[in-house]
Every structure is written in structure tokens, then in C-alpha cells.
Design a protein around this ligand. Structure first.
Ligand code: KG4
Ligand code: ZN
Length: 356
């Protein structure tokens, strides 16, 4: 069995995967959402401190279930990209386990890990596949061409899709993570209410951008606000005291524009060179749980005759199960990291941004 550890941001997670069958045997995750919620985003120092508590707690639960660690054949760890103060906590634990148990260390790229969230409990992964990765740190179109080749075809020039949801939620003082909260507020909007149409970025270009949309949303909040200075949050410089129906209006208007932007850019990619002939398409990452985004991409896939693949909802956000699944091909090929080296690098994605 293979032990995997994920601590790249604000989730402490450990998983155990049976190498031969790819079956997930154990998975446990401690989310730090409530600790970061008051700040409207992840505070790296708090995340790091909570990993030092959370990771050993989960290891103790695992030890209670296994009795001892003699059945472990390798330890897989997310080494990049992510918050360095968070990554280091998981890496320390992984190195110590690998060294003390005398088993190999496998370094995993977090973005490739998200791709493998599609194949947890499955022996065979599908290649080639076009992948829309939407998370708090990234918004990318990637081509998973083989186990060895992951090409990044388009990416965000500024904020990511998930991050823009987090920031809009922060402007409205709705808490963190913003994605599910904004989605839920948007769904409360009465169907008869006309939503505001916000300007869509990069109309004639490829890639993604969310900073302009974020600003347009800020202006919309201001236009709906009471202009009572006592209600303006001095830190955020916005009036976060909108009534519930105006909050729903802002959330629905923002979400519609953010998804329309993703949809326009994915459509351009699919039209370009006929998607390089790839017939399979997936959405992965924390924000891939958004039902309206799923529906929009499903519509595009039907139009272009593509098969759509989605990860189970429980594995969309960061988790160690996807890291364990991503480590199986590395184990099979004997691609191991040096447990005593200071820098540990995983198989990387390749930038292919010039192809669009
Ligand atoms: O993949 P993930 O767990 O962490 C990173 O690798 O960044 O993604 C977390 C991000 C957060 O920004 C969160 O607000 C966003 O995913 N998210 C959503 C939804 N659920 C989570 N964004 C939009 N709609 C959602 N339903
Ligand atoms: Zn992630």
C-alpha cells in the first residue's frame, strides 16, 4: 500500500491506496476553513501551524487502523505548487516516514494530482484528455497527453476562478471559501429578477482573467449600497451591508459572468485546431463542484461531441486520495525522490501557452 500526504494549502489530508488495484483504502482530511473564514482567505502562518497539528492527528488515526506501518511500500507527497509554509509540513512528515520505514519517497505535482482525482479507485487513466482545472490557485486548460506529458495550453493572467469567488465573498463579508457560498446565494435569486450583465474579459484573446470582473463586481456592490459611511468596511472599502436579495443579485451576476468567461475561452480552445483531435474532456479542481459551471461545460461538450469526465464531489477539492492515485504510475516506473535532499521536485507540467 502507498501512503499519500497533501498539505499544499489549507487542507491536511492523508490517504492509503492499494497499489495493485488502485483502490482507496483510507482517506481522512481536516479542513481549516473555519480558521481562515474570519479573514476571508487563507492566512499562510495559520495554515502552516494547523498542519503541524492536523497531519500527526490523522497519522495517529491511520496507525490505529493499521496497527503498524509494515504494509506501506512508499510515501507520496505533494511538493509543488502551493504555499511553501504549508508544503513543508507535509514534506517533513513524508521524508521522516520514508527514511524511518526505509521506503521510497514519491514527489507529486499538485496539478497533476487534480487530474488523477478522476481515476481514484480505477486502475486505468484515460489519455489523451483535455482538462479544465479550476481551483483557488489555478485556472488552466491542460492537455494530459500521457502519464509523462501534461501540457498547459492556457492559463489565467491574474486571479484564478476560485480565488475570484473568494474575493467577491470577502467583499460581501460572506466568509471563506467563497465558491460554495456565492453559488448558494446565486441560487436564492428569484427567477424573475434581472441580473446585471458584467463585462467579459479577453473577448478576442485566449487565456483567462478575473481581475477586471472582480473590480466590476466591486462597482456593482457600490452602486447597490446605501452610501452610509458607517456601513463601509474600512479595511475592504466596500459597503458589506447589502440586504439579502441584493447580495443574491451580486452573487448571481458575478457567477454568471465568471462562468460565461470560462465557457467562451473553453469554446475558443475547442474550436482551435479542433481540440487537437482529443475526444475526452474533464473539469477538475475545487471549483469544479460548481453546478452551473458543470452544466455549461456539459453543454459545450455535447455541442463538440466530447465525452465529459467529472471527479466525485468529495474529491474535487484538495485531498490526499488524488495524490496517492497520481503516485501509482511513478511507483510502477520506479521514479523516486531523494528523501534526504533539501529540494524535492516532482514530474512537472510543461508550458505550451504559445500554441494558441
Ligand atoms: O482545489 P482547491 O481545493 O484548492 C486549490 O488547489 O486551490 O480549490 C479551492 C477553491 C476555492 O477558491 C473555493 O472557493 C473554490 O475552489 N470553490 C468553488 C466552489 N467550491 C469550491 N468555486 C466556485 N463554485 C464552487 N461551488
Ligand atoms: Zn488544489
Amino acid at each position: 500500500m502507498l501512503l499519500s500526504i497533501e498539505s499544499s494549502c489549507d487542507d491536511s489530508s492523508l490517504a492509503l491506496t492499494d497499489i495493485a488495484s488502485a483502490k482507496l483504502v483510507f482517506h481522512h482530511k481536516i479542513s481549516q476553513d473555519s480558521a481562515h473564514s474570519v479573514y476571508g482567505g487563507v492566512v499562510p502562518e495559520i495554515a502552516s501551524r494547523l498542519h503541524t497539528k492536523g497531519l500527526p492527528e490523522i497519522l495517529a488515526i491511520l496507525k490505529g487502523e493499521l496497527g503498524d506501518f509494515t504494509r506501506l511500500k512508499a510515501v507520496a507527497i505533494t511538493t509543488e505548487p502551493g504555499l511553501s509554509v504549508s508544503l513543508i509540513e507535509g514534506l517533513m512528515m513524508a521524508k521522516l516516514l520514508a527514511l524511518s520505514l526505509r521506503i521510497p519517497l514519491i514527489a507529486i505535482n499538485h496539478l497533476i494530482g487534480h487530474f488523477y482525482s478522476l481515476f481514484i479507485n480505477q486502475c486505468e487513466a484515460i489519455f489523451p484528455m483535455s482538462v479544465l482545472l479550476v481551483s483557488g490557485g489555478h485556472t488552466q486548460i491542460m492537455q494530459a497527453r500521457s502519464e509523462e506529458e501534461f501540457l498547459i495550453i492556457a492559463q489565467s493572467l491574474d486571479d484564478s476562478f476560485g480565488e475570484s469567488f473568494d474575493k467577491v465573498a470577502k467583499m460581501l463579508s460572506l466568509g471563506y471559501p467563497g465558491g460554495p457560498i456565492i453559488e448558494s446565494y446565486a441560487s436564492k435569486l428569484s427567477p424573475t429578477t434581472r441580473i446585471h450583465s458584467l463585462p467579459l474579459p479577453l473577448k478576442d484573446k485566449h487565456g483567462f482573467s478575473f481581475s477586471g470582473l472582480k473590480n466590476a463586481t466591486r462597482l456593482l456592490i457600490e452602486s447597490l449600497s446605501s452610501h452610509d459611511p458607517s456601513k463601509v468596511d474600512s479595511r475592504l472599502k466596500v459597503d458589506s451591508s447589502l440586504n439579502e436579495s441584493d447580495k443574491a443579485l451580486v452573487c448571481a451576476s458575478f457567477q454568471k459572468a465568471a462562468i460565461a468567461h470560462i465557457s467562451n475561452q473553453v469554446e475558443k480552445y475547442l474550436k482551435h485546431k479542433n481540440n487537437d483531435g482529443i475526444r475526452d474532456f474533464a473539469i477538475v479542481g475545487g471549483a469544479s463542484s460548481n453546478a452551473s459551471l458543470r452544466a455549461e461545460i456539459e453543454r459545450l461538450c455535447t455541442r463538440f461531441g466530447l465525452r465529459l469526465h467529472l471527479a466525485p464531489l468529495e474529491f474535487c477539492a484538495d485531498n490526499a486520495a488524488m495524490i496517492g492515485r497520481a503516485a501509482i504510475p511513478e511507483w510502477q516506473k520506479g521514479i523516486f525522490a531523494d528523501s534526504i535532499a533539501q529540494e524535492v521536485s516532482p514530474r512537472s507540467t510543461t508550458n505550451y501557452l504559445h500554441t494558441l
